[in-house]
Design a protein around this ligand. Sequence first.
Ligand code: ADP
Ligand code: PLP
Ligand code: MG
Length: 270
Amino acid sequence: MSKIIKALTIAGSDSSGGAGIQADLKTFEEYGTYGFSALTTIVTMDPDNGWHHNVYPIDAAIVAEQLKTVFAGGPVDAMKTGMLGSVDIVKVAEKAIKENLQTNVVIDPVMVCKGEDEVLNPESANAIRDLLLPLATVATPNLFEAGVLSGLGKLTSIDEMKEAARLIHALGTQNVVVKGGKALGGDLAIDVFFDGSEYTVLETAKIEPAYNHGAGCTFAAAITGGLANGLSVHDAVVKAKDFVSAAIRSGYAFNQYVGPVFHGGYRLER
Ligand SMILES: Nc1ncnc2c1ncn2[C@@H]1O[C@H](COP(=O)(O)OP(=O)(O)O)[C@@H](O)[C@H]1O
Ligand SMILES: Cc1ncc(COP(=O)(O)O)c(C=O)c1O
Ligand SMILES: [Mg+2]
């Protein structure tokens, strides 16, 4: 057996299986990596109440214990964060990254689930901005999150996405991808990658129906899988865009409310 490649996610549980830690571990597997996890929150969706999301954060001390377990084997080849749930959990993630000299850190600054109100309180969003972005190899905000982190508010064009990427890079992350996804108008799903000097605009035709619940988590987990396998950040992002596009194409209607991506789509198309 060749060397085991290790990938870690610090994220919430999406009981419906498309996003969160479920998306991350399934994606890590597709990338041939061994997945570790530290669970931060449990999210449930209520079919009797318009698919309303309930978010239950886990005690930060228990998140810290999980990370102690994971890092007992030393740093991993790459890691990501997703929904963190409280300022204390953000601080636990920050401490673990610093103490373990962890590199290849993907920060997905989850503030919203599609179509839902903000799930993270503003304090947690500020903590991600101030404590985690300076530790990030790459940050992957969606259009809404990029508007919040950059302070620009609603973003409506590629130029505004580029400006947001520049401002978010200045917060300390080494690279940033602003995901336009379905949220940006037009026929294309456009993401803007910025490495601190050059912009790369990644675009695909918008896939319809847009079975994209979990697309953001899957995209960030795919970048993590690419980095763990030794790809450059640029190449990991480009491959992740292909990976998530295939996952959306293979998605399905779970019920009247939600259509998750299928994380094995990229493999099935080959
Ligand atoms: N309907 C779609 N067709 C093609 N790509 C999409 C579609 N919706 C989202 N994406 C892509 O999926 C990835 C995740 O973006 P997005 O859905 O905006 O993130 P989030 O899930 O965090 O809100 C991005 O690469 C985005 O461009
Ligand atoms: C636990 C968890 N993390 C993250 C997300 C965000 O998912 P997405 O990949 O669609 O941005 C969700 C959405 O439901 C979730 O339940
Ligand atoms: Mg997201």
